[in-house]
Design a protein around this ligand. Structure first.
Ligand code: NDP
Length: 317
């Protein structure tokens, strides 16, 4: 049983986004490789998610999951479970398509894979440009943004935004455009709460989507040097018991209360259902203070091999 209805939040262009979504990236293995897609696991996850009440799905060209997201979404529309306009689908422009004129064709290719006529949100995945053979390029994201505006004006996406931009990069973008990004997607979890960036986005009216919402909570994914907590942390377990929720639910609820839209990924039916069941309780200030104390400015996804890019967004060491 799931109480899975996420409230809708207003974006700065007047559109609305559900306050929690399903992630569809399969992740890195512990040694840094890409986890390979197994069968139709993303298709199943998206179907379970829609049945459980999710209306917000996050994918990207680079994830190799757009086709399966599209099959599931179109299946649920055909079954009459949802209408297209009830769903909020995000996809992202990869680094190899940062030239202004490359943006519209890249989104057209994504739409073809998704088998949709539009997405709700298109994001510049990273401020960093690369060639097809993985060499860093110097294409300015201000150029890319012009292509994003064109994609929106053509109706291929309802809204446009960015991902992995830092505050200085957002400032520079805002100073050089009339079209404000509606959203910033960045890593947010217990070890990386980013209070200044969240406050900045709030002032600017930019909605924050939080990726990798569980951070290093699960031992299977945590790097050896990752700070605590893990999912069996006694302080977290005590909070979870108090609300009759699981530790992952407490973490997601905390992020919702920070004003962030978490996009947890799971391809396990019971977890997909559990993760959206976080809208029927509220954490006390005391419990939020306990969760706040885990903020260590530690990143799961620093992508250090891009650190020589002039547009690398994070601290370099
Ligand atoms: P998450 O923090 O969502 O963690 C996913 C992992 O947690 C999986 O191993 C999953 O296992 C496990 N899990 C999920 N729910 C539970 C639960 N209730 N109990 C126990 N284990 C659970 O990590 P992601 O990095 O996937 O981030 C989420 C999404 O954010 C991505 O899928 C992607 O859409 C987006 N993202 C965007 C980035 C960007 O650059 N813009 C970068 C990284 C992510 P299992 O699936 O086996 O159930």
């Amino acid at each position: 049983q799931s109480s899975g209805v996420a409230p809708r939040l207003k974006l700065n262009d007047g559109k609305e986004v559900p306050a929690l979504g399903l992630g569809t990236w399969l992740g890195f293995t512990k040694d840094g490789g890409r986890v390979q897609l197994k069968g139709n696991e993303i298709e199943k996850a998206v179907e379970w998610a829609i049945d459980a009440g999710y209306r917000h799905i996050d994918t990207a060209a680079i994830y190799n999951t757009e086709s399966q997201v599209g099959i599931a979404v179109n299946q649920k529309i055909a079954e009459g479970v949802v209408k297209r306009e009830d769903l909020f689908i995000t996809t992202k422009l990869w680094n190899t398509h940062h030239a202004k004129d490359a943006v519209v064709p890249a989104l057209q290719e994504s739409l073809q894979k998704l088998n949709l006529t539009y997405v709700d949100l298109y994001l510049i995945h990273w401020p960093i440009a690369e060639s097809e053979d993985h060499k860093l390029e110097s294409t300015d994201y201000l150029e890319t943004w012009k292509g994003m505006i064109e994609a929106r004006d053509r109706g291929l996406t309802r809204s446009i935004g960015v991902s992995n931009f830092n505050q200085a990069q957002l400032d520079r973008l805002l100073a050089n455009t009339d079209v404000k990004p509606v959203a910033l997607q960045v890593e947010i979890n217990l070890n990386l709460q980013q209070p200044e960036l969240l406050a900045y986005c709030k002032r600017q009216g930019i909605t924050v989507t939080g990726y990798t919402p569980f951070g290093s909570l699960f031992p299977s994914r945590a790097a050896d040097d990752a700070p605590l907590p893990r999912v069996d942390d006694p302080a977290l377990v005590a909070i979870a018991q108090k609300y009759n929720k699981t530790v992952p639910q407490i973490v997601l609820r905390y992020e919702v209360e920070l004003g962030v839209i978490p996009i947890p990924k799971s391809t396990t039916k019971e977890r997909v259902e559990q993760n959206i069941d976080v809208f029927d309780f509220k954490l006390s200030q005391e419990d939020r203070d306990v969760l706040k104390a885990f903020d260590k400015n530690y990143r799961v996804i620093p992508v250090k091999h891009w650190k020589d890019s002039i547009y690398y967004p994070f601290e370099k060491n």
